[in-house]
Design a protein around this ligand. Structure first.
Ligand code: FES
Length: 129
């Protein structure tokens, strides 16, 4: 059984990168470390804005992407885990199909400010189960 893995994200306003670097339907992936612990988040460009989640599938707690930055179904309408096919709504990260039906991705608040993607949530501890 995995113990919680607390990793602090940088404070709000932390710049992740240029919005223009994330094409519609693709994601930027960002890693944060705290000692030997790490957390990876992905930021999807979606409907002209951005949504962010921890790259940790609630089914087996594996990264969702098989190829870096590839998180969406072929149609580009859902997030899909490469491991066992769970599908999640882009807008809220809820699993609507697959082995973790009804559970959800851990959201990370992000925003676009002056053409840059930034963290928008207050600093908090994330638990990885
Ligand atoms: S680890 Fe994602 S569906 Fe199994």
């Amino acid at each position: 059984m995995d113990a919680p893995l607390p990793v602090a994200l940088p404070p709000p306003g932390h710049v992740l990168g240029p919005f223009a670097d994330i094409a519609e339907g693709t994601a930027g992936v960002f890693e944060f470390r705290e000692g030997h612990l790490r957390v990876e988040i992905f930021v999807l460009r979606h409907l002209g804005g951005v949504v962010g989640y921890v790259n940790d599938c609630p089914h087996r707690h594996l990264p969702l992407d098989g190829m870096p930055g590839r998180f969406l179904t072929r149609e580009g309408t859902l997030i899909q885990c490469v491991n066992h096919g769970a599908k999640f709504r882009i807008e809220d990260g809820v699993c609507i199909d697959g082995p973790c039906l009804g559970s959800g991705l851990t959201p990370v608040a992000v925003a676009v400010v002056d053409g840059l993607v930034v963290l928008a949530a207050p600093p908090r501890r994330l638990s990885r189960r």
